[in-house]
Design a protein around this ligand. Structure first.
Ligand code: FRU
Length: 497
């Protein structure tokens, strides 16, 4: 079966009607893909989008993702489940939460998880379309037991959007709060303004609307998706995806940004983040959305995002699969600034370490014979230096993905304009940030076949980008002036057999 046109009927075809052989063919296409990831979560077949239900429960990490297993398009969504002991090696558990009731007939949409007693509460949006294809949105619950068996709660936790809001009402986050719970959710007013609503409940089946969260002076476009309220050492941080936000209010280049606002305090009585800092990009790269962030029981604040964006196409579509998740990151606040760092668990991936060092000058290979786009690179450049680091490069360096750095003037640009498989160029081929000038500049870079995550200056900024190299485009080159560099290159192992 070769699907050339994804009609609505095909996108919403019930899972049991898909032929097993067809799905097997899709799985093989993923296996054979040279863009298949080696240490990132990616779909077994078809499309992956938002991370869901990230949690620690029953002695293990749990993570789900939005799945459409039958092609590289957005269709009838379910939750695909994975478990892990170390946040790095993940075990695929399969599709666990499928559309099956009148409250989620057209998709088990995004949501979160929270351990409650001996069970894990999964809170999600049930997406429904009526005969005239009008959208209806129900906030649903399910309970997973210690055998990882899931039972849906029959009645909706929240049966409808409140008066004055449309059915673009989704992505509930349930968090413990003052002995009860809060539920944070993305919403749209009937005037088509994006909002974040906050509910409070003494139990998870009984919610009272507190109101619209007040967290920034600007209007958050026409819809807010995937809002997360987390507390980093008591300080509230809202992480969210505003759609259609005015560029005068906030500069961004991706079709929809994944953003954050740091507040001073969460004032529950006035549903307000007090003294909010200006809205900022959570990620400065080309491809990150729908991050899910949790206050983990070990005290860390952990996040994971979808390395992809809504409504865009990617080169793997030709191979019938799409997207992956980002690495799990740890969030912290230092001097009122948000940092995102690689988790220490990732060190279990390290294999051969090669020291790298030198003076900046004419174009030169950074490491000899890097045969795999599967490595970690830590590099420090001296405070006056500027130049370029080329990744995913062919032997002649004609089609690299380039990181321009200028420590002296405090500027970094990632540049996807020369890659051999250009993508989504309508949204620009570069992304630029400014940093403190005349300071040492450190990059921690993770490259995995078709993704590159660059942590700048110990996580003050992160660039997440998909890149789709040809098989021989595994070289790294450096060039520049006025300084030197030093660091380590590690080959990494794969987490999949
Ligand atoms: C964000 C999103 C969510 C929704 C889900 C559906 O990417 O649109 O708002 O719940 O994806 O897959």
């Amino acid at each position: 079966m070769n699907i050339t046109e994804w009609t609505t009927a095909l996108r919403y075809r019930p899972y049991h009607l898909w032929d097993k052989e067809y799905t097997k063919t899709l799985e093989e296409q993923v296996q054979q893909s040279t863009w298949r990831l080696d240490f990132h979560i990616q779909p077994k077949s078809g499309l992956l989008n938002d991370p869901n239900g990230f949690s620690y429960f029953n002695g293990q990490w749990h993570l789900f993702y939005q799945a459409f297993p039958y092609g590289p398009v957005h269709g009838l969504k379910s939750w695909f489940h994975l478990t892990s002991d170390n946040l790095v090696d993940w075990q695929a558990e399969g599709v666990k939460l499928e559309p099956s009731t009148k409250y989620d007939s057209h998709g088990v949409y995004s949501g979160t998880a929270l351990p409650i007693g001996e069970e894990l509460l999964l809170a999600y949006t049930g997406n429904v379309r009526d005969r005239d294809w009008n959208r209806l949105s129900y906030q649903m619950g399910a309970l997973m037991n210690t055998q990882n068996q899931i039972t849906k709660i029959e009645q909706p936790l929240i049966p409808a959007p409140p008066e004055g809001y449309t059915d673009h009402f989704r992505d509930p986050q349930v968090i413990p709060y003052q002995g009860g719970y809060l539920l944070i959710i993305g919403a749209q007013t009937v005037q088509e303004e994006g909002k974040v609503l906050v509910y409070q409940g003494d139990t998870y089946t009984n919610w009272q609307l507190l109101g619209e969260l007040d967290y920034m002076p600007a209007q958050a476009g026409y819809m807010v998706e995937c809002p997360n309220l987390v507390f980093i050492k008591e300080q509230p941080v809202l992480i969210f995806c505003p759609q259609g936000m005015a560029k005068e209010d906030f500069a961004y280049q991706n079709i929809y940004p994944n953003t954050f606002v740091v507040g001073e305090q969460f004032d529950v009585n006035n549903v307000t983040l007090t003294n909010p800092q200006p809205i900022q990009n959570l990620d400065e790269g080309f491809d990150l959305y729908a991050s899910q962030v949790i206050n983990a029981p070990d005290g860390r604040v952990l996040s994971v995002g979808w390395a992809g964006l809504p409504e865009l196409t990617y080169p793997t579509d030709e191979q019938n699969w799409a997207h992956c998740l980002s690495l799990v990151k740890e969030l912290s606040i230092k001097q009122n600034r948000l940092y995102q760092t690689q988790i220490t668990e990732l060190e279990v991936l390290r294999q051969k370490a090669t020291p790298v060092a030198g003076e900046l000058g004419a174009l030169t290979p950074l490491v000899k014979e890097n045969q795999q786009n599967r490595y970690e690179l830590r590099l420090t450049f001296s405070p006056e230096s500027h130049g370029k680091l080329h990744l995913f490069a062919d032997a002649e360096n004609k089609h690299p993905f380039t990181l321009h750095f200028d420590a002296k003037n405090g500027k970094i640009t990632i540049d996807r304009s020369r890659v051999s498989r250009p993508l989504n160029e309508a949204f620009g081929t570069t992304r630029t940030i400014t940093i403190d000038c005349k300071q040492e500049l450190t990059f921690q870079i993770f490259v995995d076949q078709s993704i590159c995550e660059i942590f700048v200056n110990d996580g003050l900024h992160v660039f997440t980008s998909r890149v789709f190299p040809e098989i021989d485009q595994t070289n790294l080159f450096v060039e520049g002036e006025n300084g030197h560099f030093s660091g380590t290159h590690w080959q990494l192992r794969s987490t999949f057999s």
